[in-house]
Design a binder for this molecule. Structure first.
Ligand code: NAD
Ligand code: TDX
Length: 357
């Protein structure tokens, strides 16, 4: 099924804005994308400014928990699918203050599900059978692995360790329950760490790039040997599109990059790319800025994703490798310094550039 009229939540954030760009660039025919975003510190309408006069795109400033607003949007635009990206997404912030995570990720998702269910029940049979609620989630719901453990599968029991992961796990369970109990046609994706253009610079990769360019320390938590499986954001957008169009209702799909890497390796690679593309004025390497800082409390050691299911069922596989993806990412940040400055000067409600607090 080709979806033309979709409601994207959290589309002013990192992955949501990349998804909307991908969706509109892929679908040249008539389509309508509503972007419902609360514009928290992480939301930035500038991310999609090239579509501001495109009548296929509409931005709506609002909360996924606002049931009156969402019900009106669904009905007025005859929405065929909801893609829920909206979330509080940064682990360190969830350690400082968990409540906003439960407000949006749990209560917000619950209200969105309720509103979707009422709308879905009002649809004629054909439209109801085609309707989808796609929930974008994370591999962090599965907890932490040792170096010997097998990769996460869709059947791996949930064991969230941070308040962020706990809130995402709760939202995944809610989505599951709305399918099981009410028959709502849901889909869930559990993806590994994304990176690429428009990522908010509190996350490791953009933080290291921007700190390096500003001659600031590059904070490495603990021993730097924690492992993440990195996926270029465009590959995630393709995976979400495949799941939306062909995924089996009620199921979950793991999405990963087959790119397990330690944080130290990531920082070293970024420094080498910056040494090549934007050498320091003092002639030294950016590697000199590496600084080991206090570890993140409860820091998960390793994530690894088994994505056999989406590979076999939907023929999805990541196209970008880490070396080319990181190069593209560094080049993007180098050529978008204004976007970065606007964020670092206006969007930080606290100092997140100096390491873990
Ligand atoms: P992000 O923090 O960059 O963006 C989140 C967006 O949601 C922002 O635009 C924000 O304004 C909006 N938002 C927050 N609360 C809202 C609310 N109540 N109503 C409407 N909008 C609201 O996050 P991201 O990195 O783009 O992540 C998007 C989704 O993907 C999240 O659900 C996250 O859990 C999931 N995910 C992220 C990664 C990753 O590596 N970044 C990996 C796997 C899954
Ligand atoms: O300054 C830092 N130094 C550092 O060593 C920061 C910000 C992070 N780190 C480490 C912590 C992690 O091991 O780097 C790794 C990546 O950290 P983040 O970019 O904060 O990502 P992570 O905690 O792994 O979570 C991300 O991936 C899964 C996203 O933020 C989540 O939204 C997603 O669900």
């Amino acid at each position: 099924m080709f979806y033309q009229k979709v409601l994207v939540t959290g589309g002013a954030g990192f992955i949501g804005s990349n998804f909307i760009r991908h969706f509109l660039n892929q679908n040249k025919g008539p389509s309508k994308v509503l972007n419902l975003d609360l514009l928290t510190y992480a939301g930035n309408p500038e991310n999609l400014k090239e579509f501001s006069s495109d009548n296929r795109y509409q931005f709506i400033h609002g909360d996924i928990a606002d049931q009156t607003l969402v019900a009106k949007l669904l009905k007025e635009h005859q929405i065929q699918a909801i893609l829920n990206f909206a979330a509080e997404s940064h682990v360190d912030r969830s350690i400082d203050s968990a409540e906003p995570f439960f407000q949006t990720n749990v209560i917000g998702t619950l209200r969105l599900l309720e509103t979707a269910r009422t709308y879905w029940k009002s649809l004629p049979p054909k439209e109801a059978s085609e309707f989808r609620f796609l929930h974008v989630s994370t591999d962090e719901v599965y907890g932490s692995l040792s170096s010997e453990d097998p990769a996460f599968q869709e059947t791996t029991p949930f064991a969230p360790n941070s308040p962020y992961a706990a809130s995402k796990a709760a939202s995944d369970h809610l989505v599951r329950s709305f399918h099981h109990t009410h028959g709502l046609p849901t889909l869930t994706t559990n993806c590994s760490n994304n990176y690429g253009p428009y990522q908010f610079p509190e996350k490791l990769i953009p933080l290291v790039i921007l700190n390096a360019l500003d001659e600031k320390n590059l904070p490495i938590y603990g021993d730097g040997k924690n492992i993440r499986d990195w996926l270029f954001v465009e590959d995630h957008c393709v995976a979400i599109t495949s799941v939306l169009q062909e995924g089996k209702v009620g199921e979950t799909y793991n999405v990963g990059g087959k790119a397990e890497t330690t944080n130290l390796q990531i920082v070293d690679t970024l420094c080498a790319l910056l040494d090549e593309l934007q050498p320091r004025q003092n002639g030294k390497s950016y590697l000199d800025l590496k600084t080991f800082v206090k570890d993140r409390p409860g820091h998960d050691r390793r994530y690894s994703i088994n994505f056999e299911k989406i590979h076999h069922q939907l023929k999805w596989t990541p196209q970008e490798n880490l070396a080319t993806g990181l190069r593209k990412t560094v080049q993007w940040y180098l050529s978008h310094r204004e976007w970065c400055t606007q964020i670092t000067e206006t969007k930080y409600s606290r100092d997140r550039l100096g390491g873990n607090h």
